[in-house]
Design a protein around this ligand. Sequence first.
Ligand code: ZN
Length: 315
Amino acid sequence: MKILTSAFFISALLLIISCEKTPEPSIEKQMKVEMAITLDDLPVSNLVSVEQMVSALNRHQVPTPYGFVTGSYIYKDGADSTRKQAILDYWLQQGFLLGNHGFNHLAIKRYNSPNDAWRNVQMNERALQQIDRYRQQQNDRVYRYTYLDEGFNTEIGNTFRHHLVTQGYKIAHVSINPADWVWAEKYQACRKQNNEEAMALLKDQFINYTLEVIKSRQEAAQMLLQREIKHILLLHANEFMGEVLEPLLAALSQSGVKFVSLDEAMSDPLYQQYQQQTLPKQSDILNKQALMTRQYNFSTPTQPQLPTNFAELCT
Ligand SMILES: [Zn+2]
């Protein structure tokens, strides 16, 4: 009887211990990534998409998300520029910020001179100045290179960069680039076919793909710098993003991502180090860093591949 009682007591004790044990955090939860969210190529023509993106960013309390404006898009679809300006104004009304992405979405190699490239930034600035709330914006000027191409060590690239820096622009580098525009094009193709099943699949796959890219960039930072960096995620404003941003931010949050402002992310020494000089490669800052530190033989973890069925989907 005594043995039985003891056995019962021990089992009960074990049960209590096991109940009190807190669940193991998942591996993803241990990511502890700090990340700023940036959306290029504003304004889009579709107000609904902007409302969807704004709602997702607000719901997940992303601190001061940045939108980078391509001024020519304000005037792109005919004369309805007022509506596009209202879209940008609505963005600023949220307490979000706008940066400069050049008036024409041209790669730096398309310009004939540094002055041509610089005029493109000034034109964009004038387009932004048409918006009341932008004029009242007190934040720093921030520039995002088109195609992430800085014109490395060319006369145009270096002089253009000098203009940017001396005129007070900070360079918004990117550390995580899930190439969402590729997904957005495919999503549009599926929408044209009313293939809702494929659209849902694409959204799920894009979220998983982005999580994979984050892991690969964390590994790259460890290999190159032996530390974590603050990350800057590059996304694009479009219909696809309108529909995928909410579940994407939810998945990031669940995986341990802490959203920070672009200002906070850019305080990381890696971005500070590369404000003045141009960097090679149309890629994220970690790939650029690998080349700058002459680790040419250094193989940063490659970005994950697109799903095998991607090419055939909605053709
Ligand atoms: Zn762009």
